[in-house]
Design a protein around this ligand. Structure first.
Ligand code: ARG
Length: 562
């Protein structure tokens, strides 16, 4: 039920403004005692030749909808109060009838949103920074989908570039096949690092590597076979992570996908007179926009990361006629995306304004002084396993007889990491702090999961809850506050969309859990008189549904018991 809309419709009947204008003007008062919505009357003062205070007084008399308990004039504002019983009844009934679809809408119907996220590099470790983009991108994907948009998950793998020439040289000379089978990325990284050491002493290696990359570009058999092998081995490793956190892609179109499509972009740049030469390289000069030049071709004729991004952007537009095109990539690539988007604009693509870099900060470990940028590699598998082990210990202490203990520990351990990654504004650095992350009392994944599990156990123990409920019995403030928060889920999802910020949902889940626990502590359920007990059980059931939906949006699974 959209109470704001109902208020707007009432105002529309009594003012000269359009519904859309009114909706834009309606505010939420700073304090709860002031009502649920407020409408400022300044706008009419002039045309009605009356003070806004008098206007507010007049109009408030005409707000007669049965959904509002009262309308008050508060200075130049009209404040309305939603009728509590109606809000409670409608919200709970809506949740229980819509279930996992509660919060969804069709707002974004027909709008395509390619989302470039995760995008790790072949033959390189999938590090914690890639975990950030993966969980952020996957959460945004689900959130957009919930509002009817058509998100498209694209894994823009780093699978092209001169580094593959180096890797092929290294493979030919130093690979240990057993080690490669055992742990492909580790071995590929080892020989790649070795290459760099050796090339320092013997620069002729770089010529060899360049030849290999040229052969790869020309489609030679040996190089192509190796490149495919590196790619396949790496993707198998990446998919272990994706499977564990439930992430899927619609397309695995990495940088190599654009290899034979770049010429068109370069020709276009040339025709628009955008290309200049600089120290042998071909670039788009961006001095006018206070940016370094965007390199299109290096002095040796090789295209680079930016060239491929330009082509990829055009390809995505031609393919999807997107509403927005998102790039969930670390903030340290901000300049790169500014340059790419600017060049797209200079090419005359009016859709360049719809390309959005959704940036994020670094990952740090509490008590340790390094970040991903300094190159230290922590295997994600280790990170997950560590968390699951700790979760197991906690569960063992709390509930040693729990069935499916290891399954629960997996969901709690992995969930707590995802929760931590999505808990704050994405531009803030993420701190991995085990004590804090897994604490069942803090603002954590386990806290929310535990809240869900507790009520789930209660609901399991009770007989069938009667659907025929006297909602008037839910009369305490804690009950009302919980319902009011539940009624906001759709609004919160749309706020996350407007800001490209899944943390808004994470915070919301914490808020629901807190109010849920407050309600539980102040309102006895099982010991209450039959009708009241039933009403409270229904409320708990609805709250659990919303907790499950909200956690699902960010990619954290609930557990039935904990
Ligand atoms: N492979 C890059 C990296 O690991 C990220 C690619 C992001 N997407 C893009 N279209 N540039 O840093």
């Amino acid at each position: 039920m959209d109470y704001k809309l109902i208020f707007a419709e009432e105002l529309e009947k009594n003012t000269s403004l359009s519904k859309a204008d009114i909706l834009n003007l309606i505010e939420v008062p700073p304090q709860e005692e002031m009502g649920d919505f407020a409408f400022p009357c300044f706008k009419f003062a002039k045309e009605m030749k009356k003070s806004p205070i008098l206007i507010a007084n007049d109009i408030k008399e005409k707000i007669t909808s049965e959904f509002f308990e009262k309308a008050e004039a508060n200075g130049p504002y009209i404040n309305v109060f939603i009728k509590k019983e109606i809000l409670i009844k409608n919200t709970i009934e809506e949740i229980l009838s819509q279930k996992e679809r509660y919060g969804n809408s069709e707002l974004g119907k027909g709008k395509n949103i390619p989302m470039d996220f995760s995008s790790p590099n072949i033959a390189r470790p999938f590090h914690v920074g890639h975990l950030s983009t993966t969980v952020l991108g996957a959460a945004l994907y689900r959130i957009f989908k919930s509002q009817g948009y058509n998100p498209i998950a694209i894994n823009h793998l780093g699978d092209w570039g001169t580094q593959f020439g180096k890797l092929i040289y290294a493979y030919n000379h130093w690979v240990d096949e057993d080690a490669l089978n055992e742990n492909p990325i580790k071995e590929l990284l080892r020989i790649y690092i070795k290459y760099h050491k050796e090339a320092e002493d013997d620069p002729s290696l770089d010529n060899e590597a360049r030849k290999h990359f040229k052969n790869l570009e020309d489609g030679n058999e040996h190089e192509t076979m190796l490149w495919k092998k590196f790619t396949e081995l790496s993707i198998i490793e990446f998919e272990k992570v994706y499977d564990r956190i439930g992430v899927k892609f619609d397309y695995y179109t990495g940088e190599s996908f654009y290899y034979d499509k770049m010429d068109t972009t370069i020709k276009e740049l040339d025709e628009k007179g955008l290309l200049t030469e600089s120290q042998g390289a071909i670039v788009v000069n961006l001095e006018e926009y206070n940016m370094p030049p965007c390199i299109i071709k290096k002095a040796d004729g090789a295209t680079i990361y930016a060239t491929r991004d330009l082509t990829a952007a055009e390809y995505r537009y031609n393919q999807f006629h997107f509403y927005k095109s998102l790039y969930v990539v670390a903030l340290d690539q901000s300049l790169h995306f500014k340059q790419v988007f600017k060049v797209l604009e200079l090419l005359g693509h009016e859709w360049a304004k719809d390309c959005i870099h959704v940036g994020f900060g670094l990952v740090k470990y509490a008590g340790r002084k390094f970040s991903t940028r300094q190159g230290e590699v922590v295997s994600l598998e280790e990170l997950f396993n560590d968390s699951v082990k700790r979760a197991n210990k906690i569960i063992e202490g709390k509930n040693p007889n729990l069935e499916n203990k290891s399954e629960v520990a997996e969901k709690v351990g992995v969930g707590s990491i995802i929760f931590t990654f999505l808990k704050n504004n994405r531009e803030k650095d993420i701190i991995i702090d085990w004590e804090e992350m897994l604490s069942p009392d803090g603002e954590t994944g386990p806290y929310v999961q535990y809240t869900y599990a507790r009520f789930n156990s209660i609901l399991k123990k009770t007989d069938e809850v009667k659907q025929d409920v006297d909602y008037n019995l839910l009369s305490t403030n804690d009950e009302y506050q919980l319902v009011k928060t539940l009624s906001n889920f759709n609004k919160v999802l749309n706020e996350a969309i407007d800001r490209f910020e899944p943390f808004v949902i994470t915070r919301y889940a914490i808020d629901v859990a807190k109010k849920f626990n407050k309600f539980y502590n102040s309102c006895p359920i099982l010991t209450s008189e039959e009708n009241l007990k039933n009403a409270r059980l229904i409320l708990a059931k609805a709250a659990n549904q919303v907790l499950k939906n909200a956690l699902g949006m960010i990619g954290v699974e609930v557990v039935p018991e904990m």
